[in-house]
Design a protein around this ligand. Structure first.
Ligand SMILES: C[S@@+](CC[C@H](N)C(=O)[O-])C[C@H]1O[C@@H](n2cnc3c(N)ncnc32)[C@H](O)[C@@H]1O
Length: 195
């Protein structure tokens, strides 16, 4: 497992999540027209739009989020949206059973789940849809900035060792960046090739 700490390469902008932009910029640098599963997508304004600006096929993007008004924005871009409360339902009940994702994104989302078991369960559900050789990118803040009730959820600091073990068990190579923006770290884990 390769772990390194880097300063962001993307210049901070006025958006609230420069580190998220950083992640998407790295993930989609090499990606062309791949099938994407995005859990906790929000309005997809960063990841999905980078993808679509490359001219990729919107019907290959599958976005899941609990806030319908955010998914309505993505609907207008013709991507597949699923308005689900993932505290209460499993994704396999709603996604096409033959979906095979080239890349599974879970960006700034797992910390919204209250326990490590729930966080691992969520990622495991997504991994089931990653095809052999496909990738996963998961990111979350390392510091406990979201502990408490920001976004109306009870947020939990993520147990990084459990996440490392899960990705090591499921992917051939694991590349981990810790990206610091000064106030926070985001751990960014890329699995290169599902086993
Ligand atoms: C911090 S945002 C991250 C959005 C996006 N991944 C990004 O990179 O900009 C967290 C998202 O998780 C969604 N969310 C929180 N709890 C959820 C739940 N129980 N089920 C589904 N989505 C949820 C929120 O609606 C929000 O869009």
């Amino acid at each position: 497992m390769n772990i390194r700490i880097e300063e962001p390469k993307v210049e901070p902008t006025k958006t609230s999540h420069p580190r998220v932009e950083e992640i998407y910029t790295r993930v989609f640098k090499e990606q062309n027209d791949k099938t994407v599963l995005d859990l906790g997508s929000g309005d997809g304004r960063k990841g999905c739009k980078i993808y679509l600006h490359k001219g990729c096929d919107p019907t290959k993007w599958h976005a899941i989020d609990g806030q319908k008004q955010l998914l309505d924005i993505l609907d207008k871009l013709n991507v597949n949206t699923y308005n689900l409360n993932l505290y209460e339902t499993k994704i396999e009940k709603h996604l096409p059973s033959d979906l095979e994702a080239d890349i599974f994104l879970c960006v700034e989302f797992i910390e919204h789940f209250a326990t490590t078991d729930e966080q691992i369960d969520l990622l495991s559900q997504g991994i089931q849809f990653v095809k052999q050789g496909g990738d996963m990118c998961v990111s979350y803040p390392e510091v406990a900035v979201l502990d408490g009730k920001k976004f109306g959820h009870k947020c939990k600091r993520v147990d990084t060792d459990s996440i490392y073990k899960l990705v090591e068990d499921n992917f051939n190579e694991v590349d981990i960046f810790k990206v610091s923006t000064g106030k926070t770290y985001t751990i960014f884990i890329n699995g290169f090739g599902r086993k």
